[in-house]
Design a protein around this ligand. Sequence first.
Ligand code: PMP
Ligand code: GLN
Length: 399
Amino acid sequence: MKPLNSLLAATETTIFTVMSALAVRHGAINLGQGFPDTDGPADVIEAAAAALWDGRNQYPPLTGVPELREAVAAANRRFYGIEIDPAREVVVTSGATEAITACLMALLDPGDEVVLIEPLYDTYLPVVRLLGAVPKLVRLSPPDWALPRAELASAFGPRTKALMLNSPMNPTGKVFSAEELGFLAALLSRHDAYAVCDEVYEHLVFDGHCHMPLMSLPGMRERALRIGSAGKTFSLTGWKVGYVTATNRLAALVAKAHQNLTFTTPPNLQRAVAVGLTKEDAYFTGIGAALAAKRDRLATGLRAIGMRVLPTHGSYFLTADVSALGFPGDDAAFCRHITAEAGVTAIPISAFYAGPPPVNYVRFAFCKQDAVLDEAVARLAHHFAASAPQALTEAAGSA
Ligand code: PMP
Ligand code: GLN
């Protein structure tokens, strides 16, 4: 039989699914895939339940229910001072995942170049390639993940159509500074390019860091497509409600992509997310504070075991250098090993690279109950205290 789509055939099942399945198989604590282990706000869930029963269960409008588009516009004004026309400049999607694909579809023709920053979230590259566009990868390096400005400047050229930007960044926890965003904005203006801004962790920032949308910088209102996710903002990752904010010229094409991907997103969940986005300021500032405490709890435990924990200023994740533990395999083998042998699952950072990756870093999600984090640390501590280097060498061979 004729071969199927070659790019999809060559695409691996996402590392998050692979590691979650392994966690289930071994009964491991899953600090891999990024999802909280407690539900989001009760009033938002109650709003969804009520919205199921009041007779609006047929197709909602293509770009989203008016309540949510209004709420997204109001949130842009409240948090960032960005004025958005809810009727023409918001498109509600089925999660940020769909939003990313829809934005890239709206911008790219075959042969266009897209600048992407490694380590990168795993859906970006396959979609860019499926659209026939040409990825230009620029790499941030641990431990400080600083912007390599010269490499970035030379990645941009006359064929650059777009930059894919993720801040706060998964998996590094980097929150791009105003100064870094200014540098990127200047490149975008100089090269007449657009930016797809994956800002799903916009409210998950710590230590007084402030998320700044690229769109809020001078000249970027017409060039940036800003993506949010109710899953992250309301700890309801299964809901898959995302939203794109962009000038009408761009949003109109995102809507065309959306009509061919899913057409619409469940109206009840949209209406509940609208309720969530109008919650008081304290809710949004409280998310970061609560997560920062969890980050510190897990980081302290991992350091005591001998891991070197890198700074993280946003997202659900911290990255740890595990070299000092003496495990002889790479990060992927390490994550399989601790899942099976210690009962704790993490994600290898190499999964976020297209080119040759670093192999000594792993990502842990800390969006879990304190007792769960404590138990994970206790399991790892017990395992590494009990494992002589020889035993680890043998284990690596079978991982
Ligand atoms: N972008 C990044 C950087 C993410 O970590 C995630 C994780 N879920 C998504 C997009 C997808 O968001 P959603 O679940 O809303 O599709
Ligand atoms: N964004 C989540 C993570 O980085 C996973 C989402 C998914 O499994 N697609 O862990």
